[in-house]
Write a protein that binds this ligand. Structure first.
Ligand code: ZN
Length: 675
């Protein structure tokens, strides 16, 4: 029986995960879920790397015991992974006993193989990198990654005979072309190996935070040497030999391209020394950039993954990361692009399809759809072809190709609806059988697409499956047989739009991704969705239908259950400072159809506020009016103008703003609190 063991890098816990960290976990999660969907017993391990001097320093700065600090950070990390629906089976921390046991056992075995020797290390060490640096690695004496001066250290260290394994590593690479992918990473490592390897220092002296060497407790194991061992510790090395034999070697280590050397050279050499099998594959993924720049907390170019998930949902974020970024290459994230893809793939395409199927099945057949015996289905072959290409891509970790294949089926189904015109069939009683078949075909194709998309968008795909009458839970489905065209009658349910279309015509959110509260335009983020229509889909999926295209055969109301809005406390409400303000000046913002730059008097001060009201008000209309302003919103730059507050307005049915004004402005002067 085959089984699948995959890991991600374990993370330093000195700061919260950023979007780049989340990218790795989400990609690995999609791989894990795909293997579960394939019916293969899967073990997906993630964890935290805690024996870092950075972690020790952060804890000390905060006056905490390092272990207590790591406990706290574990909760922070787990919360993020939970919100992003990352379904790891095991979470290992390097301070756990099982990890300590594995490190002790492996180091002992490497020592017994004669591969550790005592020496004097003298040289540079960057604590932020937790790495020894050579002069040639430095730029003007500084670590190029951290722009800080490394420490000059001179200490007694133990060295690992890495140089001894160069030839065996080269032979392994030659015999296993898929050992390190993608190709570009493999070529980098081959060049490195061909140049020759130096032995590496694998211990530190004078530190208490770490795992002591079994044969010299005055030294601790170097944090990188320690961390790599988590991959065998998590499956029982040193604690549970039966379990270890069941799961090791790993099928894939998913790691960032910046740490492939540790994984593709040092780690296999350690395993060779200890006489253990090597992982079958190392996948060195690329980076998610922020607007073309490397994501970095210190440079202010990092995005909080929870902010991204809160904005449009965890599933849209997951889909963006695995579909828009070719797995293995670098990719880019911007709010504009994220919103654009959300509208194109989810609101206008998949979400629209879900609505159309439900609306038509409900309207024409009271929700019961079944194929006509003997009739030919138009989407069967297309679906089978998509499933085949999806599996081929996913088996090779080409996640973006797999997702694109699944979306081909979504496109094909939308096109099929346009072609078969169920609304025309419905008017002709002699064509009832054709309508039956068309309704069944679109529901069945959507069901298959939802199964294929489940690894990327698990919560939404489960909901789609429920709506198309799939009675089994998503995690009980298997890609091999459950994506075959089925022929049973099914009950289709309606529901609220899964992904309401968002308005992207306004200005982009402020550049500083970390800044919250950048939605200073008053356009609602959730325009009435285009998901309740049965009109033909747009000619290309990347744009919403124009008025001319959206010729509706008939208006079909969708029963949308009214969900209870979440309540907030009075204290929460009072966090908003709403004030009366008088407009003293207003002007257009060049190039913006929507925004005005408005100067308001708040009694004690005047402020500039950028307001998205230009479609309904001219600057002249505004001067002298009394309005209501949110006074304590974060500042944000919109179209180059800093906005310091937000003017309140209602939204009319055509999405135009209607300003809130006072019943008796003379009684409440500027600055009066509104509550
Ligand atoms: Zn550094």
């Amino acid at each position: 029986m085959s089984r699948f063991y995959l890991t991600t890098a374990i993370d330093y816990v000195n700061s919260r995960p950023h979007l780049g960290t989340a990218y790795e976990k989400i990609a690995a999660d999609v791989i894990a879920r795909y293997h579960r969907l394939s019916g293969v017993p899967t073990q997906f391990v993630m964890g935290n790397d805690e024996h870092s001097q950075n972690v020790y320093q952060r804890a000390t700065e905060r006056g905490l015991d390092p272990l207590a600090f790591c406990d706290e950070m574990e909760q922070v990390f787990r919360e993020v992974w939970d919100k992003l629906d990352v379904s790891f089976d095991d979470f290992i921390r390097t301070t756990e006993d099982r990890h300590r046991a594995a490190v002790t056992a492996l180091v002992q075995r490497i020592a017994e193989a004669g591969d550790l020797y005592e020496g004097e290390y003298e040289g540079w060490y960057c604590v932020s990198c937790e790495a020894f640096k050579q002069d040639k690695d430095l730029v003007e004496g500084n670590c190029p990654v951290h722009q800080t001066r490394p420490e000059w250290i001179k200490e007694k260290n133990y060295f690992f005979r890495l140089s001894k394994y160069r030839d065996r590593l080269l032979a392994h690479y030659a015999a296993n072309p898929g050992f390190l992918v993608p190709e570009v990473r493999r070529n980098e490592m081959l060049r490195l190996l061909e140049r020759g390897l130096d032995d590496i220092s694998v211990s530190r002296t004078g530190q208490s935070w770490g795992i002591p060497l079994p044969f010299d407790p005055s030294s601790v194991v170097y944090v990188w040497f320690d961390a790599l061992i988590n991959y065998i510790a998590a499956v029982g090395y040193g604690t549970d030999e039966a379990r270890f034999n069941e799961w090791w070697p790993a099928d894939v280590h998913v790691v960032g391209k910046d740490i492939t050397r540790f994984h593709a050279v040092v780690w296999p050499a350690m395993l060779m020394s200890a006489g253990l099998a090597l992982p079958k594959r190392i996948f060195g993924h690329g980076w998610v950039h922020w607007q073309g720049q490397k994501m970095s907390k210190s440079l202010g170019t990092s995005v909080d993954p929870l902010e991204a998930a809160d904005r449009l949902g965890p599933d849209p974020l997951r889909l963006y990361l695995v579909k828009e970024i070719a797995f293995g290459q670098d990719g880019d994230f911007t709010w504009e692009r994220f919103e654009e893809r959300y509208n194109a793939d989810l609101a206008n395409n998949l979400g629209n399809l879900v609505s159309r199927v439900a609306v038509m099945a409900t309207k024409y057949r009271a929700g019961r759809v079944a194929p006509v015996p003997g009739a030919v289905s138009h989407l069967t072959e297309r679906a089978a072809d998509v499933v085949r290409r999806y599996q081929a891509a996913m088996d090779e970790y080409q996640l973006h190709v797999g997702m694109a294949a699944a979306f081909e089926l979504v496109d094909a189904t939308n096109e099929f609806i346009t072609r078969s015109e169920p609304w025309v069939l419905a008017k002709d009683p002699t064509r009832a059988a054709e309508l039956d078949q068309a309704l069944f075909d679109m529901a069945e194709a959507l069901r298959i697409a939802a199964i294929l998309l489940w690894p990327a968008i698990p919560a939404s795909a489960s909901e789609i499956l429920r709506r198309v009458g799939e009675t089994r839970p998503a995690d009980a489905l298997r890609v091999a047989h459950d994506t075959a065209w089925s022929t049973g009658e099914r009950t289709i349910s309606t529901g609220p739009p899964l992904w309401p279309r968002i308005d992207t015509s306004g200005p982009a959110p402020a550049k500083d991704a970390a800044e919250k509260g950048t939605e200073h335009t008053m356009t609602s983020e959730t325009e009435p969705p285009g998901q309740d229509d049965t009109s033909p889909p747009p000619a290309t999926a990347d744009r919403a239908p124009t008025t001319a295209e959206a010729v509706r055969p008939e208006a079909v109301p969708v029963p949308v259950p009214v969900a209870e809005e979440p309540r907030i406390s009075f204290d929460d409400f009072m966090k908003l400072t709403l004030k009366v303000a008088k407009v003293v000046a207003a002007e257009a913002i060049p190039k913006s159809k929507k925004l005005l730059k408005v100067t308001v008097d708040l009694g004690t001060e005047q402020r500039t506020v950028v307001a998205g009201i230009a479609r309904a008000y001219t600057p002249e209309d505004l001067v002298g009016r009394t309005v209501v302003v949110v006074a304590n919103l974060n500042k944000a730059k919109l179209m180059g103008v800093e906005s310091n507050g937000m003017i309140l307005a209602a939204t009319d049915p055509d999405q135009n703003p209607v300003l809130l004004t006072l019943d008796a402005p003379e009684k409440a002067p500027p600055g009066s609190r509104v509550r």
